[in-house]
Design a protein around this ligand. Structure first.
Ligand code: NAD
Length: 453
């Protein structure tokens, strides 16, 4: 057993230290999950639904505690952290309605009756990144449990505290032992064991594209089911006929929320040439007003980056690039980085192409719809994006043309738990959330019953 210090990214002070799972403990936990599967699968849909509703209620009762824990562990603003804990509550509540509705089909066939059944996969391994520890955990474990699977979940090494607490709250709500376990530890030890252990039947991985590729290749060995939610470099496309004031006022939070550590961050802003200068004027005003401060402050809009390493990585993108303008950030202790705006001349520079995962945005001008779509699609990623225009036909044409999984028109919001979420191209494979999420956690079995003697 080894220990890891958990640091507060806003102060660099130790919050606590936690025990990391080693390989043997990981195997024991997977064994417990496999054993608990028989119990959990036998719980009637009505009772499974009731337990998940109770889990949702208990999470709701602990909203403030979970939120404060996230502020301390991850540097999220208190407003965001409350939303995130509320999202776990809501996702659990939404999928608590699923066990009683997870029905198969009766398909007309000759000579008998044909029925399909959705059956649980078994043990599901969920691997979570550090940027949204609570929501991303919930998007995996809530539908997985609702479909009758047991879950082992590995939080990111840097941000395990809320996930550990969520597992305790699950037990408090009455989930049987072994049904939902959280295993803090190194990715290469705990996470990789989910890939190699035969009892784990599916891996849900959210994280970097490079690691996602390795996970997928590893899972191929056992033809293990895999869902990948990976990186992004989403475009915020602003046409001259849009409400420029609104588009500019909301552009900072579309990329700097969570200090830009958001897979859906609109980190490329494409502006129609005729509106470029006016947009930049409005955008600069909005960026300078963006409140970067102690994340525990009720009015904070952005906190620090997660770690010194992340700050160095983000900084490498701006070291030798001319900066158009920046917002402000506190000085002194903490992994602070100011909101930073770059102007790209032709979209070929590294900052424009790569996922920075920090509060840095590149702005590029375009001429007309076709060029906007071409630039937006000129990326290996395809996760989300926004389109600002008052022309409804154009909004739909561009939305159909942009190769990403979650788009918004005259809005920057990408994620609702009742709508599907996931990426095109190298942003991932499979979909999470939405009405069909349980299918990704079920096998579909077909049974034919002959009725003729
Ligand atoms: P990461 O790939 O470094 O780590 C993700 C998780 O994988 C962590 O829990 C880590 O411990 C674990 N891991 C590391 N090595 C492993 C191994 N050998 N085997 C198994 N697991 C291993 O990613 P990160 O830096 O934590 O997160 C940032 C990335 O996540 C960004 O690229 C971001 O875009 C992406 N992300 C995507 C989404 C989405 O929904 N598409 C959401 C959030 C974050």
């Amino acid at each position: 057993m080894s220990y890891l210090s958990i640091l507060n990214p806003a102060t660099e002070e130790q919050v606590t230290s936690i025990e990391l799972y080693d390989l043997e403990e990981t195997d024991r936990a997977i064994k417990r999950a496999a054993k608990a599967e028989a119990t959990w699968r036998a719980v009637t849909p009505v009772d499974r639904a009731r337990l998940l509703r109770r889990f949702s209620d208990v999470v709701g009762d602990h909203n403030e505690e979970l939120a404060q824990l996230e502020v301390a562990n991850s540097g999220h603003t208190i407003g965001n952290a409350r939303w995130e804990a509320g999202n776990v509550r809501d996702v659990l509540a939404f999928y608590s309605g699923a066990p009683e509705r997870h029905s198969g089909k009766q398909i007309p066939v000759a000579g008998g009756v044909d029925l399909t059944f959705y059956e649980p996969l078994g043990v599901v391994g969920i691997i979570v990144p550090w940027n949204f520890p609570m929501p991303i955990a919930g998007w995996g474990f809530a539908p997985a449990l609702a479909a009758g699977n047991t879950v082992v979940l590995k939080p990111a090494t840097l941000t395990p505290l809320t996930a550990i607490r969520l597992a305790e709250l699950g037990l408090e709500a009455g989930l049987p032992e072994g049904v939902f376990q959280v295993l803090p530890g190194d990715g290469a030890v705990v996470g990789w064991r989910f890939v190699t252990h035969e009892a784990v039947r599916k891996v849900c991985f959210t994280g970097s594209t490079d690691m996602g590729k390795r996970i997928m290749a590893g899972c191929a060995d056992q033809v293990k089911r895999v869902t990948l939610e990976l990186g992004g470099k989403s475009a915020n496309i602003i046409f001259a006929d849009s409400d420029l004031e609104r588009a500019a006022a909301s552009a900072p939070s579309a990329v700097f929320d969570n200090a830009g550590q958001d897979c859906c961050a609109r980190s490329r802003i494409l502006v129609e040439a005729s509106a470029y200068d006016r947009f930049m004027e409005l955008f600069e005003h909005a960026v300078k007003q963006f409140r970067v401060m102690d994340p525990g402050d009720e009015s904070a809009e952005m906190g620090p980056l997660i770690s010194a390493g992340q700050r160095a990585s983000v900084n490498s993108y701006v070291e030798d690039t001319p900066v158009a303008f920046t917002g402000t950030a506190p000085q002194g202790k903490g992994y602070w980085f100011p909101p930073t705006v770059l102007e790209s001349t032709d979209g070929t520079d590294r900052a424009f192409r790569e996922e920075i995962f920090g509060p840095v945005v590149s702005v590029l001008r375009f001429e007309g719809e076709e060029e906007a779509v071409t630039i937006a699609n000129n990326s290996p990623f395809g996760l989300s994006g926004s389109i600002w225009t008052r022309n409804v036909g154009r909004a739909l044409r561009v939305a159909r043309g942009v190769e990403t999984g979650a788009l918004s028109v005259n809005s920057n919001s990408s994620v609702r738990y009742h709508t599907p979420f996931g990426g095109y191209k190298q942003s991932g494979i499979g979909r999470e959330l939405g009405p069909d999420a349980l299918r990704g956690f079920s096998e579909e079995k077909n049974v034919f019953i002959a009725t003729e003697e």
